[in-house]
Design a protein around this ligand. Sequence first.
Ligand SMILES: *[C@@H]1O[C@H](CO)[C@@H](O)[C@H](O)[C@H]1NC(C)=O
Length: 509
Amino acid sequence: MKTLLLVVASLQLCAAYKILVYSPGMSNSHLMFNGRIADLLIKAGHDVLIYKPELSERATTNGSDIARMLVVDIGVKEKWAKISEMLDDILFKGSGMGLSDIMSFQKLNIETCEAQLKQKDVMDILRAEKFDLAISETMEFCSYGIFHHLNIPSNIVLSPGPLMDYMSDAFGFPAAASHVPNIMSGFTEEMTYVERAKNFFAMIAFKYMGRYIASMTTQVFRDHYGSDFPNVYELLGRSPLVLVNSVEILDFTRPVLHKLVYIGGIGMSKPKPLNKKLTKIVESGKKGTVLFSMGSVVALDKAPLEIKSAIIQALAKFEDYNFIVKVGSADKQMAELASNVKNVYLESWVPQVDLLGHPHVKAFITHGGQNSILETVYAGKPVLTIPCFGDQFRNAATVVRKGFGTRVLSMSALTVDSLTAALHDLLNNENYEINARRLSRMLEKKPIKSEELVVKWTEFVAEFKQLPELESYARQLNFLQLTSLLIVFDRYATILIVLGFQSMKLSFA
Ligand SMILES: *[C@@H]1O[C@H](CO)[C@@H](O)[C@H](O)[C@H]1NC(C)=O
């Protein structure tokens, strides 16, 4: 027995890679996604360190209980608290996040990057680990510079949701603004002329914003480490692999490169039985129970009174259903509003996966964060989304397009009437449930499990380090070359086209 154990242990040693997971404390959902990746790799025998620079006070989790952790206060929490407040304002009063809001978010990311580079001792600790591979999300560009600075020979890019346009640009994915909606647009792939125009300009705007922010980030590295430090946009674009937290059947169908792998649904836990209190609530709804949760970033307790009141009034109209609404434990306004409403139950802690898995839970009302959408699809339950910012608008459009639910256009468009109408639709359109179940079964039968893809691709990349074989030459071309417009508008174009047709005729003859 002892020798067998020794053999197993040494086998593991051979294959074990040292992996850094860069996991900035932006929000709990991001930390948890990064943690799931780390856990999978640890269970496959690798040595994983999660480096978590602390940013937002609200991002409290480490994401993993089994990974080695390096948690560092880099002195930016106050600035991040201000951004969180700004976000609360946009969510409930504005019409989504504009370019200028994204810019202030990204400027803070650059300050955060600088604050990290100043922690020389932390950089030294990380360098001394001699990692084989590093993994990082693509919310900003700092990580790619850090990995280069630390001499880590290989890295993997994680996309927390569907690809952002600047990422497509950095990697050289075919641009497809005609039928791939921008991540913040809320369009489906079927767009009117005006929508296509908006989508096209959004793509251009995001692309140049990405390049601009990358160049500012690059400057930070050049100030610290010399003027020959490579452009971080180039470092991102050269990354050998992109793991996307979505699944093919959910994302809008789009052209991709071979280096993109869909891994949505990793580490999703199986539903466990509910506690007595929740079971009683769930099972006492005459026609069923609906879960209402806006996730961890959207602080419903900060919503203006009109929105809270509209929510409770709308839910009260559907007496045959019970509603479990996730609220902050200190939200006195909601408690007061719901105090006389029999079918609304306020809870400060909801086990989302377990609730969605219960057969009496009939539907889910959510902000439409990527993980919530994936969880509801796994459970096969119809959804009503109320998108607030970022990719939630596109996720909401996906739900409509794939036919497993409906939406209120945005949090600021939420009124008693709009929510009532959407809820009526959600609870009475049978197709939503049929489609949700179909998607759920498709995920279950997915030919290769996401967990297996993560582990095998990570090991592949760790072994071969860089994969120039998978690089797209599109990265070397400018817009006119890439779209062939240079040829179409060339003055010799007519001659070329005529010659082209002739040679075609010849080869057909
Ligand atoms: C996160 O990790 C740090 C460092 O190991 C530890 O001190 C802290 O208690 C952990 N936090 C949570 C919420 O587990």
